[in-house]
Every structure is written in C-alpha cells, then in structure tokens.
Design a protein around this ligand. Structure first.
Ligand code: FAD
Length: 338
C-alpha cells in the first residue's frame, strides 16, 4: 500500500485518516497545533454528516450527542419563527469529537504529528485538510460553552444588527454559544468580555444578560477572525483539498462539519484505489474533484445567496416579516442548503 500524508487534523483530516489507516494504508496526519482544543464552531451537526461518519465506520465518535429537533428564531429579541428541523440534527462538542477521532486514529496505528505545519503543496499522496485559510474579511467568530443555560428550543438562532448567535445543546448538559459578527474594531475587550460587547452593539442586550447569568466555562472561550465564505473551490491544480480547504459554507447552515465528513467519505474509496495502485494520483484527484463539485456546488451557492438575509438589517427585517406571516418556506430553504 502506498502511504498517505494529510495536512490538518480537523474533521476532514481525522475522519479520512481513520478510514485509510483502518483499511491498511500507512497514514500520517500533520497538525499545526495540538489536539484536542476548543474551536470556533456551533457544534451543530446536521444534514448528511452522521451518515458520512457511518460510511467511514466511525459512528461511535458521535456517542452521547444531543438530538436536536426544534428550532426557534428571533430578531432583536422578538420571536420570528418556531419550527421543527426537516431531519433531526446532533449536538456534540468539537473538543470531544476531535479527541475521540484522534484517539481511534492512534489506536489503529496512525501517526499523528502535532505542532507540525505541512506546506500546502500539491503532490502525489498528499491531501490538504488544513481548513479555511485566513483572508482579508471583516467577519469574526466567537464561541464558548455554558452550564445552567436553559434554552427555548434545541437550537435558538438570534439575529442582531450585522451578526447572529446560536445556542445549541451539546453533551453533558452544556450549551454551545457561537456567534458570527461583522467586525467592529472600536470594540476592545478581554476575550471573555468580547462576546457581550458585540451582543450589546448588535442590539441583543437581553440575550447578553441571559448568557452572563449562566456558568460559562472559561477555557472554552475562543475566537477567530478573517473568515471568508463560499469562495470558489480551489483550482484543480491546487491539490486534493477536502472540507473547508475545498470551500467554506456560512455557519448559519450548520453544515460545514457535514461537508468536511462527506468530502472525506467521497474521497476515501478513490484514495484507496490510488494506494492499491489501481489509479494514478492525477486520475484520483480529478475523480474526487468531480464528485465534490457535484455534491456541494448547489449547497454552497444557495447558502451564499441566503447568508446576507441573516445579517444585513434591511433584509433581516424583510425576512422576519415574511416569517411572521408564516410565508417563509423554512423547510425548503433548509433543504436547499443541506
Ligand atoms: C462561527 C462559526 C460557526 C460554525 N458553526 C458550525 C456548526 O454549527 N455546524 C457545522 O457543521 N459547522 C460549523 N462551522 C464550520 C465548521 O467548523 C467547519 O466547516 C469544519 O470545522 C471544517 O472542518 P475541516 O476539517 O475542513 O477544518 P478544521 O476543522 O478547521 O481543521 C483544519 C485543521 O488543520 C490544521 N492546519 C491548518 N493549516 C495547517 C498546515 N499547514 N499543516 C498542518 N495542519 C494545519 C488546523 O490547525 C486545524 O486543526 C462553523 C464555523 C464558524 C466560523
């Protein structure tokens, strides 16, 4: 079997690494940082993510995940929509999910090299799962976990001026608090206070108070800047890219993790053919890229059209009016982005 090297031990890299190593391919995973760690993510897994993990033989990684069925939207504190999800979703922290996948990769004999930044070069047997690359965008993401924070639905989505925040239950009674905001450089605060400064600036004071009254786990505070969404997938000659390294879907869809897992499931059988020497690298990359495009281009395009309606004040207002009149085709919009 030819060996495989993967750059990036996020969801795409870990899922693919596990499946390849278990199939007998000597696999090395290079991770720029250490694992596990808290990541900026709503930790809401919907769409085909669980199915992709099952396809890769990794369903046990989702044990104990919270099942989500209901969703409640509000705008500036006023209710907009109460609905059920077209299909149940799952809530599980990335900390636990990454930990489990890293452990099972090691247990299968895979080599996980932490603090190892791989060059993002296109070369045979080298797979790029290095996530989204920092870009000059004006979005920032913030996340933390709270205990004792009651929610009104499995997923609460709060729209504010130029930003939105989700509350979603994860394992062990915790709630994931994750927000995306247009950057406001005038807001300066410590990491633990920044979320509240943004919520106040976005017109979500009552929500800030509700979160502040809960027990936040200090080590779970993380933030990230420079997020760009739905950039065209990298050019074919830029190497084999999976997950966010392929393209980044806006967070409101809760579908980025699924895309990472699905892309690993799509790539795995073809990479095995390469390792068995029944396919050369160029053909392998080409076939995978064709399948990635077929599976994801509609989702990425629809999500990029819908995203401005969730943060731009005029469009938010229009969307909220339509939803309050029960005219928003929520289930259809959901299906268009999953
Ligand atoms: C605010 C926000 C909220 C979100 N909420 C959700 C949600 O609720 N549900 C959902 O499904 N998705 C959500 N997402 C998206 C989701 O987090 C990503 O789509 C998912 O993590 C992508 O997985 P990945 O494996 O492609 O990349 P990542 O998980 O980002 O992993 C990439 C890894 O590569 C490492 N790396 C980077 N460069 C190198 C290098 N050169 N060499 C070696 N290692 C490298 C990084 O350290 C990282 O560990 C959200 C994103 C944001 C920003």
């Amino acid at each position: 079997m030819k060996p495989i090297a993967i750059a990036g031990a996020g969801l795409a890299g870990l899922a693919l690494g596990n499946a390849l190593q278990r199939a007998g391919v000597p696999t090395t995973l290079h991770e720029a940082h250490t694992l596990p760690r808290h990541r900026v993510c709503g930790e809401f897994i919907c769409g085909r993510g669980a199915e992709a993990l099952a396809q890769l033989g990794l369903s046990e990684a989702l044990e104990g995940a919270r099942l989500h069925r209901t969703i409640q939207w509000s705008r500036l504190g006023q209710p907009v929509l109460d609905s059920t999800l077209p299909e149940p979703a799952l809530g599980l922290s990335r900390y636990l999910l990454d930990f489990r996948l890293a452990e099972s990769f090691r247990a299968a004999g895979g080599q996980l090299v932490e603090n190892s930044r791989a060059a993002p070069h296109a070369q045979a047997g080298h797979i790029l799962c290095h996530g989204r690359q920092a870009s000059p965008s004006d979005w920032i993401g913030l996340k933390c976990h709270a205990l004792d924070l009651g929610t009104h639905a499995d997923l609460e989505l709060h729209l504010g001026t130029e930003g939105y925040l989700g509350l979603s239950a994860i394992e062990h009674g915790r709630v994931n608090i994750c927000a995306l905001f247009k950057s406001r450089p005038e807001l300066k605060a410590r990491k633990s206070e920044l979320l509240f400064s943004y919520l106040h600036a976005c017109g979500l004071r009552a929500l800030a108070g509700r979160i502040q009254a809960s027990q936040i786990e200090p080590e779970s505070h993380v933030g990230v800047a420079g997020i760009q969404f739905c950039a065209s997938p990298a050019k074919p000659d830029a190497g084999l890219r999976l997950g966010d390294a392929y393209s980044v879907i806006p967070p409101f869809t809760g579908n980025g993790m699924s895309i990472a897992l699905e892309s690993a499931a799509i790539a795995c059988p073809l990479i095995l053919n390469y390792c068995n020497e029944t396919l050369d690298w160029e053909q392998t990359v080409h076939r995978i890229q064709v399948q990635l495009h077929k599976r994801f281009h509609r989702r990425l395009r629809n999500a990029s059209w819908i995203h401005p309606w969730l943060h731009h004040p005029h469009r938010q207002r229009a969307l909220s009016r339509i939803a309050r009149l029960h005219l928003l085709p929520f289930q259809t919009l959901y299906k268009l982005t999953h």
